[in-house]
Ligand binder design. Structure first.
Ligand SMILES: [Zn+2]
Ligand SMILES: [Zn+2]
Length: 449
């Protein structure tokens, strides 16, 4: 059996980090100087400073959701309401369809031949079985003569599946751009109008330009819209420095269930989790910017069999009072969530007074949990330590159903990752274990000038 461990830190890319930490300041100016709209003040500072898990949990519920999903509206291989039904049947509370550069709206027909080519299955038959003859609309295309099935827009099928407090469909788009020959993908959840990717000279500029459009729509339409950066190691498109520099972005995918996203990196590239720590080290120690929070998503494309990017691998558990887009997004922005690839947590608490992070895992016959507390040391505490010994280091490792860590005052932040002894039932990479990632806590920002 292959054991998944954090890759060793002795790789080549660490040698360049010391230099990068000094140069990132000037690059980051790119992100800060343009006339970018400022997100609501309360989401920037005070709320973040006391982030996460210290409030009473009375009246709050855990809601399970996936924010990254593809359907026939772009390159996924099932009807959107079939996909929504899969997630609802599997205990999810919310789902965002996030097709490439399109919202599920307007008139759209898909050729039956194309359906068969993509699914190699009787997908239309399954669709009929689930929703009935009267629901499925077919026609012969008047121009081509091809048999076609209509793709329903979200506003038509959403009401069939939505249920107060039980299941909620959200709008979404994967703003799918390219720069420097690399894919630059960013999701927007709960948007109202489609956003066209606008590109940029560099990948970083493309990220900033597209993020700016999301923030502009949020402000103009007066609705909460959640942007997040997708699969940074897909095509090795983004670096930790890119993630750090886009300071108005608060979210990225620490786990994406698509098998092609290079979750663990390689000899030349750090793992996605290591990028998270380096990006947050830069943000907190150089840019006075809040850390990135980590989401887990499916990026599901394939719904017939378990091959490819199948659903059910990555999700977020959000602690909120109500199952509405606004409550979910507000809870995510406050850090009241964790990311999971299979591990459920009974509780996550950060006590501000004692500066103690506590996790509780459910008791399950035959499952053992290992919790690693991962921190980055403050520049004062780290002194002349090399980057590998101060960024994203394991400060404690505990076995069992309760894990706890009290900050010593030397950390910029601490976060926890829980790994189950159980292998993943449908792994996206070799040797994958089921895991959960909690958000960085214990960090502070200097007061605004
Ligand atoms: Zn993508
Ligand atoms: Zn995607």
């Amino acid at each position: 059996m292959v054991t998944q461990s954090r890759p060793t830190v002795g790789r080549n890319w660490w040698k360049t980090i010391g230099l990068l930490l000094w140069t990132i300041g000037s690059n980051a100016a790119l992100a800060q100087t343009p006339a970018t709209p400022t997100p609501p003040a309360e989401s920037k500072k005070g709320a973040f400073v006391t982030a996460a898990h210290s409030d009473s949990t009375e009246g709050l519920h855990w809601f399970k959701g996936n924010l990254h999903t593809h359907s026939f509206w772009s390159d996924g291989n099932d009807f959107p309401e079939m996909i929504a039904a899969w997630y609802k049947d599997h205990g999810y509370h919310f789902l965002a369809l996030s097709d490439h550069n399109v919202l599920s709206e307007g008139q759209r027909w898909i050729d039956e031949e194309e359906i068969h080519r993509r699914t190699q299955e009787d997908a239309i038959g399954k669709y009929r079985d689930r929703f009935g003859e009267r629901w499925v609309e077919e026609r012969k295309n008047p121009d081509t003569g091809h048999r076609q099935v209509r793709l329903k827009p979200l506003h038509e099928f959403g009401p069939l599946l939505n249920e107060a407090g039980r299941f909620l469909m959200l709008t979404g788009e994967e703003i799918s751009d390219r720069a420097e020959g690399k894919p630059v993908h960013m999701n927007a959840t709960n948007l109202q109008e489609r956003i066209d990717p606008v590109g940029g000279v560099t990948v970083r500029e493309a990220l900033i330009n597209n993020l700016r459009q999301v923030l502009e729509q949020e402000r103009r339409l007066g609705r909460l819209i959640l942007p997040h950066i997708n699969h940074p190691n897909f095509g090795y498109a983004l670096t930790a420095e890119d993630l750090a520099a886009v300071v108005e972005e608060q979210f990225f995918e620490v786990y994406n269930g698509h098998p092609g996203v290079n979750h663990l990196g390689d000899e030349q590239h750090m793992s996605v989790e290591q990028m998270w720590d380096l990006a947050n080290a830069i943000r907190l120690s150089q840019l006075n910017a809040p850390p990135l929070y980590g989401l887990a998503t499916d990026d599901s494309h394939n719904y017939h069999g378990i091959n490819g990017a199948s659903p059910g691998r990555g999700w977020v558990m959000v602690q909120a009072a109500f199952l509405t887009p606004e409550h979910l997004i507000t809870a995510l922005r406050s850090g009241h969530f964790y990311a999971s690839s299979g591990v459920s947590l009974r509780a996550v608490r950060f006590d501000e007074t004692s500066r103690t992070l506590t996790l509780e895992m459910p008791s399950e016959e035959g499952t053992e949990y290992t919790t690693q507390f991962i921190a980055t040391l403050s520049p004062e505490a780290a002194g002349a330590l090399p980057a590998a010994d101060r960024i994203g280091i394991v400060v404690a490792e505990q076995q069992g159903n309760v894990a706890t860590y009290t900050l010593t005052g030397t950390e910029l932040y601490v976060r926890a990752v829980v790994t189950s002894s159980r292998p993943h039932p449908n792994p996206s990479y070799d040797g994958q274990r089921q895991q959960a990632w909690t958000q960085p806590v214990g960090w502070t920002l200097p007061p605004p000038n």
